[in-house]
Design a protein around this ligand. Structure first.
Ligand code: GUN
Length: 283
């Protein structure tokens, strides 16, 4: 193996420690920091994510309130909860864990969250603010990826950056953050022709497609920074990324592991955003 491992666990602990310090300062000023975590139904992956988010809140001194609703919850019921959380003073951030059951329109729910409490940065107002580079909240996973890239010391400016995946949650905002740092950015997706060829041009490669081990070593430029956002469950129960770690780590300069790479960073950014929300609402 030639690649250096980017340690998301260690870096996320640093980010959370900084958030905890800020929470402490706010508490000393008489301001508490609260996050509402909403989960609907019984998706096992969502349950793990939500538990990890609540644990991180505890680490940072953020008060978390869990709202666990049954699978058959209606859209109106969930909208009503969101409205009540929008108006609840002790709640600074609202996180509705996705995906939602099929009877609920995710877009409607996201649109109902107050943009000032939208710690995921999913609301169109916050997405627009990210687009124009003037934002309060950074989108959690892309922001975590940026921290990981920056931890390598490799500068983004002028570099070829390739993002594989165009989701609203990761791919699109990721491309935008790389662009803000003056990267030359290409977005690839399921219809892209010559994916391997394009990936091989990348000094910085971000994989966020949700397909296990899709990015193999032969698609990577020697020495590249490889960020693997994938979190796929294999038939044997093991977690694996979108990057084939064994072959990719022979070629890349830096690589994130799965688990222990991007995942913990997403949660650390959520903590940062919740602190930001408390500041916006109180200062
Ligand atoms: N589901 C998968 N990733 C996320 C995320 O970052 N936020 C929320 N709310 N749901 C998700």
């Amino acid at each position: 193996m030639t690649a250096k491992i980017i340690d998301g666990k260690r870096i996320s602990a640093e980010v959370k420690a900084r958030a905890a310090e800020e929470v402490k300062k706010l508490n000393e000023m008489g301001i508490s920091v609260g996050l509402a975590v909403v989960i609907v139904g019984n998706n096992p992956a969502s349950r793990i994510y939500v538990n990890n988010k609540k644990k991180a809140c505890e680490t940072c001194g953020i008060i978390s309130e869990e709202y666990a609703l049954p699978e058959e919850t209606t859209e109106d019921e969930l909208l009503e909860l969101v409205h009540s959380l929008n108006n609840k003073k002790e709640i600074n951030g609202i996180l509705v864990q996705l995906p939602l059951p099929k009877q609920i329109d995710e877009k409607k729910i996201i649109a109902a969250i107050s943009p000032k409490k939208d710690v995921d940065a999913f609301h169109a107002i916050n997405v627009g603010n990210i687009m124009i580079g003037d934002f309060d909240f950074l989108p959690c996973t892309p922001s975590g990826c940026m921290e990981l890239i920056q931890s390598t010391g490799v500068s983004i400016e002028g570099k070829r950056c390739v993002v594989v995946g165009r989701s609203n949650i990761v791919g699109k905002p990721m491309a935008m953050l790389l662009l803000h740092k003056n990267g030359t950015v290409t977005i690839c997706h399921s219809k892209t022709k010559e994916l391997g060829e394009i990936c091989r041009t990348a000094d910085i490669l971000v994989a966020a497609v949700g397909r296990p081990k899709m990015i193999t070593g032969d698609m990577i430029k020697p020495g590249a920074v490889v960020i693997d956002v994938g979190m796929n469950r294999l038939p044997n129960g093991k977690l694996c990324g979108d990057v084939d770690f064994d072959s990719a780590s022979q070629v890349a300069g830096y690589i994130t592991p799965v688990p222990g790479g991007v995942g913990p960073m997403t949660i650390a950014t959520l903590m940062q955003n919740t602190v930001t929300a408390a500041k916006i609402q109180n200062m």
